[in-house]
Ligand binder design. Structure first.
Ligand code: GRF
Length: 190
């Protein structure tokens, strides 16, 4: 059995899909959900699945390696970011080389980097007149959205689509593919 931890800052719709996908799995279990926001919806999602949760604060996350101890305690093999807005510190990247995945709601390398999250991404895509967008799943390194790509899916954008409409199309693809790609990456490592 491989254990994964989900790190998330927001509502947790991707976390929900991941938890559903692995609920009956004999090979992969979501052992922990970590958030940096006490009010984040993802914490309620985790509780509904009876998965332990941890809150982190900025000083502790960046100035100590306490989270590594927590991840070890839960025997976590992979970390999956699902709408986690903080940069992953170098000590954590180094402790989990090619074992931290992120999903970004645009076709990297475009529309990534610091400040490119949520509606900022979709507004930029729409303003540039792109005809397609879609999620990118990639390994995490020390820089925002720069690790090696694992998978991308695309959807067409109509000229009349608002940023919110683009966001919905991309999110549907995230839900469709992220759990499956996580499974592939985790199991191919055996
Ligand atoms: C997703 O669009 C993901 O690509 C981005 O943050 C959003 C998270 O949404 N990194 P949710 O919290 O999973 O609903």
């Amino acid at each position: 059995m491989k254990h994964i931890a989900i790190f998330a800052s927001g509502s947790g719709s991707n976390a929900q899909k991941i938890l559903e996908y692995f609920e009956q799995s004999d090979e992969i279990r979501v052992g922990l959900v970590v958030s940096n926001r006490a009010q984040a919806g993802v914490l309620n999602v985790a509780r509904a699945f009876e998965v332990p949760t941890r809150l982190i604060d900025r000083a502790n996350f960046y100035d100590s390696t306490d989270i590594l101890t927590v991840l070890q305690e839960y025997q976590i093999d992979y970390v999956v970011l699902a709408g986690f807005l903080w940069l992953v510190p170098a000590y954590l990247v180094q402790a989990y080389p090619r074992r931290i995945l992120n999903i970004h709601p645009a076709l990297l390398p475009k529309y990534g980097g610091k400040g490119m999250y949520g509606h900022h991404v979709h507004q930029a895509v729409q303003a540039a007149g792109e005809t397609e967008s879609g999620p990118s799943i990639h390994f995490v390194n020390e820089h925002y959205d720069e690790g090696d790509l694992i998978f991308q899916a695309t959807c067409a954008i109509d000229a009349t689509d608002s940023a919110a409409e683009i966001a919905l199309k991309v999110l549907a693809l995230e839900h469709q593919h992220y759990p499956r790609i996580i499974e592939q990456v985790v199991l191919q490592d055996d």
